[in-house]
Design a protein around this ligand. Structure first.
Ligand code: TIU
Length: 221
């Protein structure tokens, strides 16, 4: 029998056995000072309200036995997977690959590239490293989800209008049914966050559904 969560524009039905929680880029580089997010001129404090609801959701989702997949945006140490247009963004001397207080900015293996302590993946939970904004581009995420029989995605993480939006659009085109959890996604720009969520649920749910995490937790209880 399907599980149903209140959502907009319509209730969201999912089978826990074929549903994954996707936690996008909850990395120090985006949520803590000194990293990539701040180097672009952003107030990283804007994202921190997502941490507590996401930690609570993670606990319930793990207890219910759903697949959990984490992603991290970042690049190889030689930056060979970073397009020039991306590399040249941000203030000079504080660009991707430059040294910062948490190590080289947005480079795999550095302290700042890793996931924040509050949301550390459990052993066995896949962590997908991605060079782009979308989690499907140049990764094995699609194959990983297919291998686990996943059809539905509960989408969380940062930032709403960049990596979350890109990933939801990629997933929607691949046939996944995406529920984006408004309190568990965040943006440096409150207006982009609000409008980004509206875009997903508009036109009868053109890219997916939107809910708050308590609605999913109630459905799983
Ligand atoms: N800049 C911004 O809002 N986001 C990113 O660069 N990456 C992600 O969203 N993860």
């Amino acid at each position: 029998m399907s599980t149903v969560a209140a959502a907009r524009p319509t209730p969201y039905s999912f089978e826990p056995a074929s549903t994954a929680l996707l936690v996008i880029d909850m990395q120090r580089d985006f949520l803590e000072p000194g990293g990539f997010g701040e180097s672009l001129g952003n107030d990283v404090g804007q994202l921190r309200r997502t941490i507590a609801p996401l930690a609570a959701l993670l606990a319930d989702v793990r207890a219910a036995g759903l697949t959990v997949v984490h992603t991290r945006e970042g690049h190889l140490p030689d930056l060979s997977d970073c397009p020039p247009a991306k590399l040249h963004r941000g203030a000079p001397s504080r660009r991707i690959g430059d040294p910062g207080p948490n190590g080289r900015i947005l480079v795999r293996g550095e302290y700042g590239h890793d996931i924040i302590d509050e949301l550390t993946p459990l052993p066995g939970e896949p962590v997908v490293d991605k060079p782009g904004k979308g989690a499907f581009h140049a990764t094995d995420l699609d194959a990983l989800l297919h291998a686990r029989g996943v059809r539905s995605l509960l989408v969380t993480g940062v930032t709403t209008e960049v990596c979350v939006h890109t990933t939801v659009r990629e997933a929607n085109d691949r046939g996944y049914e995406c529920l984006v959890l408004a309190d568990c996604v965040g943006s440096y720009f409150p207006e982009f966050h609000r409008v980004g969520l509206d875009m997903i649920a508009a036109q009868g749910g053109i890219f997916g559904w939107v809910a708050d995490s308590p609605q999913v937790r109630a459905a799983l209880a």
